[in-house]
Design a protein around this ligand. Structure first.
Ligand SMILES: Cc1cc2nc3c(=O)[nH]c(=O)nc-3n(C[C@H](O)[C@H](O)[C@H](O)COP(=O)(O)O)c2cc1C
Length: 187
């Protein structure tokens, strides 16, 4: 097994094509490059058993692999479309089966897409408390984008670009500092 880090994205969108999925892929790939890490994106809409699951034991092969990847990640990059002022129900359904202790201390980049800037605080009021429940480590900078700032393949405008760069900087420094004591301890 190589010593490479793992950056894992989760897209909570039900759409195809999806602006949320493309944003999660964009951010995950960039962070993977910065950290020289392996990258993987979980698209919850493509997990065949997820919608029918009432317990983790009911997970199929693809769901089991997705939960394992998320719980083993060194950095999570999560994104959801805003649905009725919150994250999507399917995103929450996926997160409901993540192991209670599986995200403790894990850095999490919080992303969301929406139709209206009025709902930008979905990051602070919905996503941040969800990951606080897991005692994860959400980054200070989150990214909420409407179609005015995310084309589906590129950030539009300086404010969005600057915010994204700040998120990348925070993520990289948190992950590097998190691994440093472990590397020292292993020597
Ligand atoms: C069922 C539903 C509910 C939505 N509710 C909101 C909302 O409350 N606030 C908002 O800003 N956008 C809302 N939207 C718009 C989506 O958040 C927005 O179009 C998002 O970027 C879609 O991402 P996607 O391409 O990944 O599906 C809603 C869309 C749907 C389908």
């Amino acid at each position: 097994m190589s010593g490479k880090l793992n950056v894992v994205g989760i897209s909570g969108s039900l759409s195809a094509p999806s602006r949320t999925l493309s944003l999660v892929q964009f951010a995950t790939e960039r962070l993977g490059r910065e950290l020289d890490a392996r990258v993987q994106v979980v698209d919850v809409s493509r997990l065949p058993q997820l919608g029918l699951m009432r317990s983790r034991e009911a997970a199929g092969r693809e769901e089991t692999a997705a939960f394992a990847a998320v719980e083993a990640a060194d950095l999570l990059v999560i994104g959801s479309p805003v649905y009725k002022g919150s994250y999507s129900g399917l995103f929450k359904h996926f997160i409901d089966f993540v192991d209670y202790g599986g995200l403790v201390g894990k850095p999490v980049a919080l992303l969301a897409t929406g139709g209206s800037e009025r709902h930008a605080l979905v990051i602070e009021h919905q996503l941040r408390p969800l990951f606080a429940f897991f005692q994860a480590q959400p980054l200070g900078t989150g990214l909420f984008l409407t179609e005015r700032e995310w084309s589906g393949s590129a950030l539009i405008g300086e404010p969005a670009e600057q915010r994204f760069e700040r998120l990348v900087h925070e993520a990289v420094s948190v992950v590097r500092h998190a691994t440093l004591p472990l590397a020292i301890a292993a020597e």
